[in-house]
Design a protein around this ligand. Sequence first.
Ligand code: C5P
Length: 398
Amino acid sequence: MSRPLRVLLGISGGIAAYKSAELVRLLRKGGHEVRCALTRSAVSFVTPLTLEVLSGQRVYQEEYLAATGSGEEEHITAAAWGEVLCVAPATTHVLARLALGLGDDFLTTTALAFAGPLVVAPAMHSEMWRKEATQQHVETLRRRGVWFAGPVEGPLASGEVGMGRMAEPEEIARVIAAAAGGGPLAGRTVLVTAGPTHEPVDPVRFLGNRSSGRMGFALAAEAARRGARTILVAGPVELAAPPGVIRIDVTTAREMERAVHEHAAEADLIVMAAAVADFRPRQAAERKIKKEQGLPAIELAENPDILAGLRAVAPRAVLVGFAAETHDLERNARTKLERKGADFLVANDVSRSDIAFGSGDNEVTVYRREGEPVFLSRRPKSELAASLFDLFAARLFR
Ligand code: C5P
């Protein structure tokens, strides 16, 4: 359990607001102090009295502030009091206001005045969640390092089943604790790359590989869970960013290199889990290559080796490479550890279909600059990420 926190809980007007009462109860049970702020429309879904009794604190409401005339300062006091601000449920309207920096009620002015970590638990109909406008605001918030708890797939208020259901209170409480930091990597910056790169052949085709990005995403999630400021440079993958992670999407190896170089100097630990394409077509055709033109000859050019070039950019960072091998695992891994100047080289066997590429599990051997190799037997990638971070962290704190 995390240390006791002062949690500001913003509740906006959606049917999931009834679950916020449960969230308050859960947080209190965990030893945290909670102060609730209700938007005008939230009052239609959950009563201030319920929250006042559960939290043991006066509830912030628009009407209350208007009546006392204390609206001017109250949001500043509340913002200074809280260590974490969580908005659950967060309607699409609140997400938009947070993304745009609008301050037109108690909750949003408090959010503007608040300097700590922000957690949001969106809840809405799947059509509203999918809407481009909503997704753009979500993207803006994620880029700013806002922590997302959910939404998840499941039954919606409309009776349909789909994406947009609020995360369960237990999950929201867990994200609140993670966002409050205090984890072993608090104050550290971790940069992770994940997924494949796509190298365009023409406007519709590319050279790529079967990396799903799951190992890298699991590593980024673990870094954030341990309290690190986490930057995830992701190739083209179909995965949601883990809570609290700053995500930068790229497509090609050269874009990935630019993004990594931009942030490498800030990083204490760089984990290159991406399966970067070694080659790209020298020149992508401007128009789609047609069959009638005969068999195309595609000339290849070498991509930059991002990892091998990192020592110069990040002299003090702990560097971790991954090696996907189909044969001679040990010899290839040891050579790469040397040649790329890495501190760790995590080797996995991609000739097996039960682990590595595309699988939920992995089994690896970690070769180290200092110390004997460590074998980590087959387990889910999230668990493996935790074991790997134990090794990396030991090196980081040496
Ligand atoms: O040489 P190979 O691709 O097997 O090395 C794998 C490691 O090197 C991975 O950590 C990968 O992210 C990194 N790499 C890179 N730039 C490349 C190729 C690989 O950073 N062009």
